[in-house]
Write a protein that binds this ligand. Structure first.
Ligand SMILES: [Zn+2]
Ligand SMILES: [Zn+2]
Length: 412
């Protein structure tokens, strides 16, 4: 079968994924064999292929927002031809303390689709039958795929934050997960306050009917009952706390977070305010969310491309999308974290992350680099010397936990 394969020993810039012929998966007990009809691209897939998450196998087929059709291993609940979804949680041991206490999302021996086992960037995939979800008919293949991780995790975030109907809820950062969650909040008659730095994200939040929308340094005029942070920034968590009423909860929906700045306990956390993280999802979350998404006709914006074009890096390369994808140096001063992010108006370009640099001398806030290559989250991003701004700093374009660049910049 055809599959996009990630090799953890890759060294060349173009080798994030290779589309090649591989043996199809063999049916195993307790599993179903699926013909993949669509698979979403999640930020976590990029974390995997860019090395932010440690490789667990030498070769892997990523992808964990899978829409497939049962073609083998059918059961009474999953007859042949059933259209099902597969998400990030591909299985649990069912035997650890967490599984016995209704917290399978925290299982000690989890299976992660497209990470510990092969995922959906392929023509066929094997999935545990008890971790597949029959999909409601009202959602077509391409539009249901992003719901299978971004949607479910966003929904879980609302649960972790303890959102109740009619409450005032803050969404800090407004990417795909938040833009799916807002529809649920509106159906619960919640007031939604969105704080986000990207202008296009603010416009999107406004168009989706947010009660109030502000920039990252703005604060809602009212105290919030709940807040969910989607930006991978510790500073944003403190901003969310500062808007929270006594007894309120901040839920952090981010698999990675940079440094959380010191904050004043007396004014920001005292009063039984809580900070919680959101990790993975349960099958209950998935089933509940898919039902709600179907009822509300939640329909994300999607960009479709063929498996042959699955090289994620290619889809991110600014040089191939000069008009829509730019790295923006948002903050740099002395020795600290440089924040880079891609143009949020390009849905396929989610280069959001951090590059730790040293020795910046002439940086100015807000300069644009038009040739960011690679992912800043991997701490292996490269900034082109062909960019005027970068060329004055090109002695510092590469620092991080991995000082041996795996993906040399072709522009430097
Ligand atoms: Zn995901
Ligand atoms: Zn377990």
């Amino acid at each position: 079968m055809k599959a996009a394969v990630f090799s953890s020993t890759h060294t060349a810039p173009q080798s994030f994924l290779h589309v090649e012929d591989v043996p199809p998966p063999q049916l195993e007990a307790g599993h179903v064999l699926l013909r993949v009809v669509a698979c979403g691209v999640c930020r976590t897939d990029l974390h995997i292929v860019e090395g932010d998450l440690p490789p667990l196998r030498p070769s892997l087929i990523p992808g964990h927002q899978i829409v497939g059709e049962v073609i083998g291993g059918a059961t009474q609940e999953l007859p042949l031809g059933t259209r099902v979804g597969v998400s990030w949680m591909g299985g649990v041991d069912g035997d650890c303390w967490y599984c016995h206490h209704g917290m399978e999302n925290l299982c000690d021996k989890p299976v992660f689709t497209g990470y510990t086992v092969d995922g959906g960037y392929a023509e066929y995939v094997l999935a545990r039958a008890d971790f597949t979800f029959p999909l409601p008919p009202g959602l077509d293949d391409a539009h249901v795929a992003p719901l299978l991780c971004a949607g479910i995790i966003g929904f879980r975030s609302l649960r972790v934050a303890g959102v109740e109907k009619g409450e005032r809820v803050g969404l800090f950062g407004f990417g795909s997960s938040a833009s799916l969650a807002i529809a649920i909040l509106q159906s619960w008659k919640c007031e939604v306050y969105v704080v986000t730095r990207g202008e296009s994200h603010r416009k999107l939040a406004t168009s989706l009917g947010a009660t109030w929308v502000g920039k990252e340094d703005e604060k809602p005029a009212v105290m919030l009952d709940r807040a969910i942070t989607f930006a991978p920034s510790g500073k944003v968590v403190v901003s969310a706390l500062a808007s929270l009423r006594k007894g309120g909860v901040v839920a952090i929906n981010a698999i990675h977070l940079d440094h959380v700045p010191a904050f004043d306990y007396d004014t920001l956390l005292w009063g039984e305010r809580q900070i919680r993280s959101v990790a993975n999802m349960t099958r209950q979350d998935a089933n509940d969310f898919l039902k709600i998404a179907n009822d509300l006709r939640i329909r994300p914006n999607v960009t479709e491309f063929a498996l042959d074009d699955a090289n994620i890096r290619a889809s991110l390369r600014p040089s191939q999308q000069p008009a829509t994808c730019q790295g923006w140096i948002a903050r740099c001063k002395g020795i600290e974290t440089l924040r880079l992010f891609a143009n949020p108006s390009n849905a396929r370009c989610r280069v959001v992350g951090f590059l730790r640099v040293t020795g910046w001398k002439q940086c100015k806030i807000g300069k644009i680099c038009t040739h960011v290559v690679g992912s800043p989250t991997s701490l292996n991003a490269y900034i082109s010397s062909t960019c005027l701004f970068c060329s004055i700093n090109n002695n510092v374009w590469r620092r991080g936990r991995d000082s041996n660049p795996r993906y040399p910049c072709e522009y430097v």
